[in-house]
Design a protein. Structure first.
Length: 420
């Protein structure tokens, strides 16, 4: 008998009929002879609703972190109770627990707490008694007994952590898409569902802005080697298995194309090219806790150079102001910024052993007349920054250039995929 952890996202438990549907699915997996732990999100939109209430009562000031977590954790408490009632109605023994009741021990960083330990004892006892165990996602409790939350989308992390603690055979993440795709089907309708992808690739995709899974959940799954599967709650299908690289198995050159609209670019023109200049430019930015992603420094001409870097768009104004204030001291001629950019990235463990990926990528973009502004690479990824207006054209060109289009010419229908 295998132990399976199933996580259902907000849209899968958005209404009573959907909760009843989840109950039937969990019951069916149970009757097939598996032990089941179900982890739930709050009903779709509920966490946002609670968050808005907190800001309203705080008159838009930051609400107290401890009380905010107390509030936000209630969304999941509603769905676990309802699902357990629905299971009982079907005649299936079940029991639900909040994070604190399980004792999912976390640190005390409210709204982004990390899991330190899980007390799996009574969950194991329930499973032995044949019960389905239902656990509230997204939450834990710190040493002092305060309720904590794990960050938006954190139910994924709860599910993976429970799967690791209980030694589950698989952690299944049910959502409203039927798997992980070669790219966003809303941009490329011929995008293809992947049968499998490695933890490493998934981690790159998540950090590049693909929102199928919470990044921390993928990190956790990779670290504890928990096989993860993304599946649709509404359609039958194998979904996408996220797992480790199998030795000797031929990996595809490129598994997917990610894009990210969340960055902005800053350029400092005509700075004296001397040792320490990069540190001087980026020092104030990092001191202000602003993350820098890509960095490019030009070769210098007559002792002057240009320096460009990207930051998250939400931190752009602050970074620009800081850099402008600082420019005079640096002796720079001019500072300017650009928010109309997009980062396109190829991801694939197969590119590790192939040198020709970059040139194929650049040729495909050039053929469409797309100018590349910045480039960065890692072992399994190549990213370029281009003008935002080329997002669709560029992604489609790359999808074609690396043969990712669905061979059967199937086009994916999507209606606002679930995020969070
Ligand atoms: N309900 C939380 C959120 O909306 C956690 C989750 O859904 O995973 O972010
Ligand atoms: Mg989610």
């Amino acid at each position: 008998m295998a132990l399976i952890v199933q996580k259902y996202g907000g849209s899968s438990v958005a209404t009573v009929p959907r909760i009843e549907h989840v109950a039937r699915k969990a019951a069916a997996t149970r009757s097939a002879g598996n032990d089941i732990v179900v982890v739930l999100s709050a009903m779709k939109g509920e966490t946002d609703r609670l968050l808005a209430l907190a800001y309203e009562v705080s008159h838009s000031q930051c609400p107290a972190p401890r009380e905010l977590d107390m509030l936000l954790s209630t969304g999941e408490q509603v769905t676990i109770a309802l699902l357990t009632m629905a299971l009982e109605r079907l005649g299936v023994a079940a029991r639900c627990y909040t994070g604190a009741q399980v004792r999912i021990l976390t640190d005390s960083s409210h709204s982004k707490a990390r899991i330190l330990d899980i007390d799996e004892e009574h969950l194991v006892e329930d499973l032995k008694l044949g019960r389905i165990v239902v656990v509230a996602g997204f939450q834990g409790v710190d040493e002092t007994g305060a309720i904590t939350t794990l960050g938006r989308g954190g139910s994924d992390t709860t599910a993976v952590a429970l799967a690791a603690a209980l030694g589950a055979g698989e952690c299944q993440i049910f959502t409203d898409v039927d798997g992980v795709y070669t790219t966003d089907p809303r941009v490329v309708p011929t995008a293809r569902r992947l049968d499998r992808i490695t933890f490493e690739e998934m981690l790159e995709m998540a950090s590049l802005g693909s929102k199928v899974l919470q990044i921390r959940a993928v990190e956790f799954a990779g670290k504890y080697q928990v096989p993860l599967r993304v599946l649709s709650s509404f359609e039958e299908g194998p979904g996408t298995l996220i797992t480790y690289e199998v030795e000797g198995m031929e990996e595809p050159l490129i598994s997917s194309i990610a894009f990210n609209r969340d960055e902005a670019k800053l350029t400092i023109l005509g700075v004296p090219d001397r040792p320490g200049i990069a540190a001087q430019i980026l020092g104030p930015v990092s001191a202000a806790n602003i993350n820098v992603d890509m960095i490019v420094q030009n070769i210098s001409k007559e002792g002057l150079t240009d320096f460009t870097f990207t930051v998250h768009r939400s931190e752009y104004e602050r970074a620009l102001e800081l850099t402008q204030k600082h420019a005079q001291e640096l002796g720079a001629r001019e500072v300017f910024g650009d928010t109309d950019i997009v980062k396109l990235s190829l991801v694939g463990v197969g590119m590790r052993s192939h040198a020709a990926v970059a040139s194929r990528m650049f040729t495909a973009l050039a053929d469409e007349g797309i100018n590349i502004q910045m480039i960065s690479t890692s072992e399994i990824k190549i990213s370029v920054v281009v003008d935002e207006k080329y997002l669709e054209l560029g992604t489609r060109a790359l999808h074609r250039a690396f043969d990712l289009d669905d061979k059967d010419g199937r086009r994916v229908k999507v209606e606002g995929a679930e995020v969070g």
